[in-house]
Design a protein around this ligand. Structure first.
Ligand code: C5P
Length: 313
């Protein structure tokens, strides 16, 4: 048997179908009811042996992709969430050797689609496999929760309801397939800043509650009902920090979207379409409006983090 030279894991972006946000907790977090939906927009996380060098860090890091200047916003030091994920796996196994971690990015950076969290989830799976660390799915979910509120979901994918600060996941009954358009923005939004603006705009928010109509629409696989039920408590805060997003949402609605919403803490906007053809029309209208930097059309739900079979390449 030859030694494994590289492991690549494909990991999805998410959109929140419902994001209900409670009041700030003592630890600074907010209790959420967070309906996560994975979409077929994937980053790839590759772990390989580093080239021999005089000084080898435990985890080296590099990044590539077509995101232009946005890529420069991915931190390449020890603070990177994927590098932290790799070090957490190393903590759990005696077999960790130095590795080079490479992130091939398609998910917008600081865009409200949990790209950094997806990369961390990918690094957990890739390092567990590369080092034959033997961690179970449950172990990986626990490490994910240690890393951040949105890291557990990309491990499982599909559609799931997150409670607590978002990391306690329950799979949702969601047999449907949906067509999405994402309008990417220039620049990003900081998640803590958006939660801070939420607290300022909405002191004394009630405890978050799930929306039975949204769950019924998901169970029925009814795109029109789902579009009407999409909701995001952070949207007002994101629009307060980025007023230009209101025009993006309006342009997508005018082009026939079944629902339009800021994705997570933004600034990416998400539009649900009735079909692939409608999605292409909405994307074309958004592109022509000049109100966003780029558009992506894709489908949901998508699988969670998966090792890519080299034969698929
Ligand atoms: O958990 P994560 O590190 O992804 O969270 C980033 C920031 O988002 C937190 O520092 C906090 O400001 C905010 N947040 C929150 N409540 C949550 C999740 C995130 O206030 N449930």
């Amino acid at each position: 048997m030859t030694a494994t030279t590289a492991i690549t894991v494909r990991v999805p972006a998410k959109v929140n179908l419902q994001l209900a946000v409670g009041p700030a907790r003592e630890d600074g977090y907010h209790d959420l009811v967070n309906v996560f939906h994975a979409v077929a927009l994937f980053d790839e996380v590759t772990v390989r042996e580093p080239r021999p060098r005089a000084e080898l860090p435990l985890v080296g890091l590099s990044v590539s992709g077509d995101l232009g200047p946005h890529l420069a916003r991915v931190p390449l030091d020890a603070t990177n969430l994927a590098a932290r994920a790799a070090r957490l796996v190393a903590r759990e196994t005696a077999s960790a050797t130095p590795v080079e971690l490479h992130l091939h990015k398609r998910i917008p950076v600081a865009g409200g689609m949990a790209g950094g969290s997806a990369d961390a989830a990918g690094a957990l799976v890739a390092c567990n496999t590369f080092w034959s660390a033997g961690l179970s799915d449950g172990d990986l979910l626990a490490l994910a929760a240690e890393l951040g509120s949105d890291v557990a979901f990309p491990l499982v994918g599909g559609t799931a309801v997150g409670t607590g600060r978002g990391e306690v996941l329950t799979p949702a009954d969601s047999p449907g397939r949906y067509h999405w358009v994402f309008a990417l923005a220039e620049g990003g939004l900081s998640t803590p800043d958006v939660f801070g603006e939420y607290d300022r705009l909405r002191p004394g928010a009630p405890e978050p509650a799930g929306d039975p109509e949204l769950m019924a629409a998901l169970a029925a696989g009814d795109a029109a009902r789902l579009g009407a039920a999409l909701s995001n408590d952070l949207e007002r805060a994101a629009l307060s920090l980025r007023p230009d997003l209101a025009g993006v949402l309006a342009a997508g609605r005018a082009a026939g979207a079944l629902g339009a919403i800021v994705s997570g803490s933004g600034p990416t906007c998400a539009f649900l379409a009735a079909s692939a053809a409608e999605a292409a029309e909405i994307a074309a209208a958004l592109d022509a409006s000049g109100r966003c930097a780029a558009t992506v059309t894709t489908q949901g739900h998508a699988d969670g983090a998966r090792v890519v079979d080299p034969a698929e390449d």
